[in-house]
Structures are given as C-alpha cells and as structure tokens.
Write a protein that binds this ligand. Structure first.
Ligand SMILES: NC(=O)c1ccc[n+]([C@@H]2O[C@H](COP(=O)([O-])OP(=O)(O)OC[C@H]3O[C@@H](n4cnc5c(N)ncnc54)[C@H](OP(=O)(O)O)[C@@H]3O)[C@@H](O)[C@H]2O)c1
Length: 403
C-alpha cells in the first residue's frame, strides 16, 4: 500500500491533495500532511505534522523524525514581494526539505516526488504567452527576463532526483479555483464577495476587469481536479520525469461566466458595461515590455507583428480601491452582521490578485494533450467548479446564502 507526504497541507492546492488521499484510506493507509498551521480535522489516515520549511535541513529533520512516504507531494508556497525573493525562499524551502528527507533516512523509501508549480512557467504574469501553452515551450531565461522561482525549483528537483535515482513529476496549474480554510487568497472568494456586496449595494454587476479579456479566453484549474491529477501522475509509470499542464479541460471566457455569476447572486449584468470609456475608478498597469511570446517570435513567424504587444492589466474598477470604499465597507459590515459572516473576509480577500486575473489583455489557453495522450481523462466544467467553491464559502460563513 503506498504512503505519502504532502507539504503545503493547508494551501489551496495542497489541502485538496491531502483530502483526495484521505478519501481512500485502503489505498493510502498513511499520509503525512505537513504545514506550520493545522486548520481543520482530517480523515483517520492523515497524520498532521508541524514543519517550518524556512528552517535549515538539519532543523527540519527533527520535525520529520517519524515521517516516511513513498510519494512526496510538494505544494508549499511562501509569497514574497519580489521575484528574486520568491526564487531564493521557495527554492531554499524545496532544497532544504529534500535534504532533510535524506538526513532522516526517509528518502530510501521515496519512489516519486510531485512538485506543484504553475503557469508562471510560461510567463503568464509578464504578458501574452504563446497560445496554446505547451509543456515543450522554451523557458523564459536571459537577462531581459526576471527570475522565475519555478525554474529554480525544477532545477533543484531534477538534480536531486538524478542524484538519488528517484522519479519526479511537475504540475503547471493556472488560475486555481478552490477553497482553503481561513485563507482568503483565491479568486473565488474575492469574486463571490464582489458579487455579494454589489447585491447589498442594490447595484448591477459590472465587470471590473478588461473589456479585451471579457471576450478573451482563460483556462482554469479546479483544485480538486488538480489533486486527482497529482495522484494519477504519482502512480502512472509513463508520467515519470515529465512536467504537465493541469487545467479543467474547457476553455472559458468571462462573457460566459459573468452572466452565470450574476444569476447565482440574484443580480443583473449591466447591459452596457463597456459602452463608456473607463472612468475615475479605473487603473492600468503595464507588464513586461516584451511579452513571453516575443521570445519565440522568430520561430513562430511573428517578428514585427502587431499581435506581439506589451501586456497590460486594465481594471475598469480598481478592486483594491473598491474594497476600501466607505459604502462598500459599510455594505459588507451590514451584510456580515445580518448573515453571521466572517467580518474579516472583505479586508483579507486578495483584491490585487483578482484584479490581475480579470484585467489582463491577452488570452491564456493551456493545452492538455500531453497528459491526455498518456491516459488522463479528468475534466471539470469551470463554472461548476466555481459554483462549488461558492457553496463551500457559504458553508464556511464567508459568503451569504443565495436562493
Ligand atoms: N493559488 C493559485 O491561484 C495558483 C495558481 C497557479 C499556481 N499556483 C502555485 O501552486 C503552488 C502552491 O500554491 P497555493 O496557491 O496552493 O499556496 P497557498 O494556498 O498560499 O498555500 C501555501 C501552503 O504552504 C504552506 N507554507 C507556507 N510557508 C510555509 C513554511 N515556512 N513552512 C511550512 N509550510 C509553509 C502553507 O501552510 P502554513 O501557512 O500553515 O504553514 C500552505 O499550506 C505555488 O507554487 C503557487 O505558485 C497557485
């Protein structure tokens, strides 16, 4: 029977890996869930252990004394202010953790390490990637590109696994739809709060992001689907030594999702929401001068093309400022009081993150062919995933009940 170790056990992606392993105790009798905090109760086959991944390998080895597993899922992440710091800190966390497993002797039982990264692999935070994004696309390296912590983590993983004859898998999820207890850093929470407060204000639902992206395309990752993928990739022999995109399998657009969101919260979409030029509430942020696709322009025959343009994040409503407006705060307080909701939810939601997700002026289409060719058949409708997260957020008293 396989055993497992999961880091980032309380995170939006790691938590679902823990629960997916928890659903099947006969197949996975022993699972070690690791994080600094413990936020909820686990199924009987899950043992939670405290760990601080920012400590040295020697220190970590003390916390890992009784931790063993054949499959290691690394889904921890510590957000830092700059890409340079992200690279240093998140690289060191993985490196020290792997060395700690070596110190304790647990490494001798490890068969495969699954590292969770993301679509920043393709520079989706810098501007338009080449679409659809494929795992074989070249890494964005060179002096014109900022450091990317996923590249460092993957280099660490590849070298470590080669040295110790262990197999590995890397996942690239994008724009994760999920739920994590007490963690407001996800697009579903902020989106639900935006709709709930709009309803309380008696207003129509206005898309706060970019008009271009409203009719453009995105590929989302349901955290539950990603967890199922991780277990599949851990046990599939042909997945060894491979990186995989992991998205839901539908390509979505906000022109489809926005009316569904409005309907769920009993709202109407403002019919002419893009008719007027953006007003005082708008904000624009320019991204990298050259979008990621520019690095492949010669190969793709796109040198000099107007389609290779500098990316922007265009918010018709700057969500950070919106969340701090007096009328918004008052409406939330009233709603939270009346419905018995978590009052901190509005101030702790990640408005800048949602603003980024909705404001980009380029498409994000992620290709799933590589995994499908190896037999992966997982699929989730992105609206269903979002709707399920709203259900979870209602149960957790973050969002009000809707009819
Ligand atoms: N969220 C998204 O939309 C998204 C999209 C694509 C890719 N990704 C990538 O997916 C990966 C996982 O991110 P996530 O969004 O799931 O992260 P998350 O929700 O912020 O969770 C981070 C996890 O790491 C743990 N952690 C942080 N610092 C730690 C430390 N010093 N010691 C031990 N554990 C620590 C946290 O637990 P404690 O705080 O309890 O220690 C938590 O369980 C990252 O590489 C991220 O870039 C995320």
């Amino acid at each position: 029977m396989p055993s497992a170790i999961v880091t980032g056990a309380t995170g939006i992606l790691g938590r679902e890996i823990v629960f997916e392993l928890g659903r099947n105790p006969e197949q996975w009798p022993t699972v070690h869930a690791l994080s600094r905090s413990k936020k909820e109760d686990y199924p009987s086959n899950i043992i939670h252990n405290h760990i601080d991944l920012t400590s040295s390998a020697e220190e970590m080895a003390k916390d890992l004394k009784n931790v063993k597993g054949e499959y290691v899922f690394f889904a921890a992440y510590l957000q830092k202010d700059s890409e340079k710091e992200n690279r240093e800190v998140n690289g060191a966390m993985l490196d020290n953790f792997l060395n700690a497993l070596n110190f304790t002797g647990a490494l001798s039982s490890v068969k495969r390490i699954i590292l969770v990264t993301g679509a920043k692999q393709y520079g989706v935070h810098l501007g338009a990637p080449k679409n659809p994004m494929c795992e074989s696309d070249p890494w964005l390296i060179g002096s014109h590109r900022p450091p990317n912590f996923y590249y460092r983590q993957q280099d660490i993983l590849h070298n470590f696994c080669a040295r110790h004859s262990i197999s590995w898998v890397v996942t690239y999820p994008n724009d994760v739809i999920g739920f994590a207890e007490g963690n407001f850093m996800n697009l579903g929470t902020a989106l639900g709060l935006y709709a709930a407060v709009t309803k309380e204000l008696g207003a129509e639902l206005v898309f706060p992001g970019s008009e271009r992206f409203y009719v453009g395309f995105d590929s989302f990752t349901c955290s539950k689907l990603h967890a199922r993928f991780c277990l599949w990739a851990a046990l599939e022999p042909r997945a060894a030594g491979q990186a995989f995109n992991v998205v839901n399998g539908d390509v979505q657009s906000w022109q489809t999702l926005w009316p569904k969101l409005a309907h769920r919260f009993g709202l109407a979409v403002k019919k002419d929401q893009f008719a007027e030029a953006p007003g005082e509430e708008a904000a624009v942020m320019e991204l990298a001068e050259k979008p990621p696709v520019a690095d492949m322009a010669a190969e793709l025959g796109l040198v000099g093309s107007r389609m290779v343009y500098q990316g922007k994040v265009e918010q018709r409503v700057d969500l950070m400022k919106w969340s701090q407006r007096e009328d918004v705060k008052k409406a939330w307080e009233k709603l939270a009081e009346r419905e018995g909701l978590n009052k901190d939810a509005l101030s702790k939601a990640t408005w800048a993150f949602l603003g980024f997700v909705l404001g980009r002026n380029y498409d994000l289409v992620v290709n799933m062919s590589k995994a499908r060719k190896l037999g992966w058949t997982g699929y989730v409708d992105s609206w269903d995933a979002l709707s399920e997260v709203f259900d979870d957020l209602q149960d957790a008293k973050v969002l009000p009940k809707t009819e």
